[in-house]
Design a protein around this ligand. Sequence first.
Ligand code: NI
Length: 179
Amino acid sequence: MTKTYDIITVPDPVLKQTASAVSAVSADIRKQMDAMLQTMYDAPGIGLAANQVGLLNRVLVMDLRSSEERGYGKADDTGPIFMANPEVIWESEEMSTIEEGCLSIPRQYAEIERPAHVRVRYLDYNGKDAELEASGLLSHCVQHEIDHLNGILFIDYLSTLKRNMILRKVEKLKKQQVL
Ligand code: NI
């Protein structure tokens, strides 16, 4: 069985920290990617960044095949995507608004506006240079996960009032031991 991690939720400070680049996609990093993917599937979710499992390296995983079940509509069927050191190298002026959620902010959702199309450069599972062109939900997802590596959460795009309301709701759910 693949190892899994515990998912860290707000207001844990590790979610506000910036992750460091990996020097290479080593066997250890690949193991981390596998474990992160399994953790994400178990949650279930469509994306997960290293900060969310308490690791401060620039690694993220995504798989949008289950987006339909998550209520996002059918978005992509490419299967798992593994990224190390992802970097947005181009973004469109056109913007897109989609309702986002986050495994670290359980059961809370908000409409977030981001560039509709992005091009991302990264190291893949085999450590090779790769590029991804993303639109729609995949574009939002990859930008959301890269944000995590920079200590940014989707609620940081909301007003202080809305953000605090969401944080209080999560705190309440934790107290009620619903989470
Ligand atoms: Ni998230």
